[in-house]
Design a binder for this molecule. Structure first.
Ligand SMILES: *Cc1c(COP(=O)(O)O)cnc(C)c1O
Length: 370
């Protein structure tokens, strides 16, 4: 039986939108094994002092839980603007439950029926889902063999498709590739030219980028159609909080405020995120260790004779395997869960603690020796 037929049967006659029939919920398998290096989380739990501050902030917020939260999350947006720097202010920053919610709001505001969103594969698979869920046409260009974007071809595609939203992850997931600012500038100019669309640079992994790799935040002051998204899920060791944000113009923020749900960001989330931001220097010190660990892990994979994508993120994409599933399964059999994702033949491993990385290296050595 095909998956589609199963899903139709499973709808039990429900009026499911036809484009959702046969669709599966997004998500990596959450398998309970000792070493989980599959979802690009930060391997370090917050330390006791940070936990105590988050707990105190949440307790204080709990005293007011009979009231709806600040629906503008103003204090949090001020703190996020301060963290980002670049002269940003709260009216140019918007926050939601993970950058996934921010990105969905972007498509709700700027996509829609008769409109097109464009990205460049391989990239984050959720982008296509925001398009589907907002009835936005979805177009994919392709990255080059080294996972960079060919500017001329990208600009030509923008002129051909006239997208209202261009979504590019930098550093990209699952490849780790960061875009040069010239590429972002060219995309912003072409998209504006070709019909006035916006460009979103998804910088979920920005804090992990290598020295010398710039952030698109630098371009914001000259680019009113540029949006830069960030998250606390990776660098801030706070995937469980669900807090993502975007920097853009006040006009973009106003558009997102129109489509957001009422009181979308809970008082507890706002309190926890604020407390975590107060510890940014301490949390980011750990990110430095992970960046060093990332470079060491990618180098180690290269020395094993594997192909490894250049990474500015907290993971390494490596390959290429005739049967990547067998490698993935071999690792899982040894208690190490990584992600079977990216182009055929490649696998992605998140940088964990030194102990987790050692366990991965030992398991992969065994699997490759078979
Ligand atoms: C992890 C990730 C995010 C973060 O999503 P949240 O909803 O903030 O947890 C966003 N974009 C990409 C490309 C990611 O890999």
């Amino acid at each position: 039986m095909t998956r589609g037929v199963t899903a139709v049967a499973a709808t039990g006659g429900l009026p499911l939108r036809p484009e959702l029939v046969g669709e599966l919920p997004y998500g990596a398998p959450q398998i309970d094994v000792p070493v989980r290096l599959n979802t690009n989380e930060n391997p370090h739990a917050p330390d006791p002092e940070v936990i105590a501050d988050v707990a105190a902030a949440v307790a204080a917020a709990a005293a007011g839980l009979n009231r709806y939260p600040d629906r503008e999350a103003w204090q949090l947006r001020e703190a996020l603007a301060g963290y980002l720097g670049h002269g940003l202010t709260a009216d140019r920053v918007w926050a939601a439950n993970g950058s996934n919610e921010v990105l969905l709001q972007v498509l709700q505001a700027f996509g829609g029926p008769g409109r097109t969103a464009l990205s460049f594969a391989p990239t984050y698979s959720m982008y296509a889902e925001y398009a589907r869920d907002t009835h936005t046409s979805w177009v994919l260009g392709w990255r080059q063999d080294d996972f960079t974007i060919d500017v001329d071809r990208a600009v030509a595609l923008v002129h051909e498709k006239r997208p209202s939203v261009v979504l590019v992850a930098s550093p990209n997931n699952p490849t780790g590739t960061a875009l040069p600012l010239d590429t972002v500038r060219a995309l912003v100019a072409a998209t504006a030219d070709a019909g006035g669309g916006v460009v979103v640079v998804d910088e979920a992994y920005a804090e992990f980028r290598r020295a010398g790799t710039p952030s698109a935040l630098k371009l914001l002051s000259d680019a009113p159609r540029l949006l830069v998204t960030r998250t606390m899920s990776k660098a801030f060791s706070a995937a469980g909080v669900r807090l993502g944000y975007v920097a853009a113009t006040p006009a973009v923020v106003d558009a997102l405020r129109v489509v957001r749900l009422p009181y979308h960001l809970s008082a507890l989330t706002q309190a926890a995120a604020l407390a975590l931001l107060g510890h940014a220097p301490r949390l980011l010190a750990r990110v430095d260790e992970l960046r060093t660990g990332r470079d060491a892990l990618c180098d180690w994979l290269v020395r094993r004779g594997l192909s490894v994508a250049e990474s500015d993120a907290n993971f390494c994409l490596f390959g290429r395997f005739a049967d990547r599933h067998a490698i993935w399964q071999g690792l899982l059999d040894r208690g190490v869960l990584i992600r079977e994702t990216g182009p055929e033949g490649w696998l992605r491993v998140t940088v964990g603690t030194p102990g987790e990385v050692a366990a991965f290296q030992q398991a992969l050595t065994q699997v490759l020796a078979r």
